[in-house]
Design a protein around this ligand. Structure first.
Ligand SMILES: [Zn+2]
Length: 197
């Protein structure tokens, strides 16, 4: 039994050690985080300090070792930034000009398309007018032909009537006794009453 008690004691003390170690790690991590935060604040302060110092002394050449070089490095970088910004402006302007040119081209193309559409529409109108005129002409010609045919028919009819009349006239006879005109189918003269030869 003593053996088990001893073991239990060992296990318990072991877990306590593990727990202590975990707490130690957690505390350390937290403290390291706080240090990092402070370092960040220092960095910001150095940056602000540097900016203020640069603005106050950029045109000077301080004697302290290293400072003149840092001031020159900042000036060089600021000039480079200025150049890059100008390049960006140029690129933007060129892009805007290109976009404007493309828009103008697009509008011109649209205007040309509209013009072409108008030309086609006009041509269609002309063709329609021509077709209508042709239709009218055909109708006029048809009417003229119809009238002519009717005229010819009238003439033929008149001629036929005339011919019939003439035939009738040719059939007429004269009395051989008194010389008066008698109808072609008469057997006796209607004037003197003599038989027709
Ligand atoms: Zn007679």
């Amino acid at each position: 039994m003593a053996f088990f008690d001893e073991l239990k004691q060992k296990v318990m003390s072991g877990s306590k050690q593990v727990a202590d170690k975990a707490k130690e790690v957690a505390d350390t991590t937290k403290l390291k985080g706080q240090i990092a935060t402070e370092k960040g604040k220092i960095k910001d302060a150095y940056s602000k300090l540097g900016e203020l110092y640069y603005e106050a002394h950029k045109d000077e050449t301080p004697e302290t070792e290293g400072i003149a070089e840092q001031l020159a490095a900042i000036t060089t970088s600021l000039e480079a930034i200025d150049l890059y910004e100008k390049e960006i402006e140029k690129i933007k302007e060129a892009a805007a000009e290109l976009a404007a040119a493309r828009e103008a081209q697009k509008q011109e193309a649209a205007a040309q398309a509209q013009e072409a559409e108008n030309v086609v529409a006009d041509a269609v109108d002309v063709v329609k007018d021509l077709a209508e005129a042709a239709e009218d002409k055909v109708e006029d010609a048809a009417n003229a032909i119809k009238e002519k045919v009717e005229d010819v028919a009238d003439i033929v009819e008149d001629k036929a009537e005339d011919t019939v009349e003439k035939m009738k006239v040719q059939k007429e006879k004269f009395c051989s006794h008194c010389g008066k005109k008698v109808s072609a189918d008469a057997s006796f003269c209607s004037s003197c009453g003599n038989p027709i030869a």
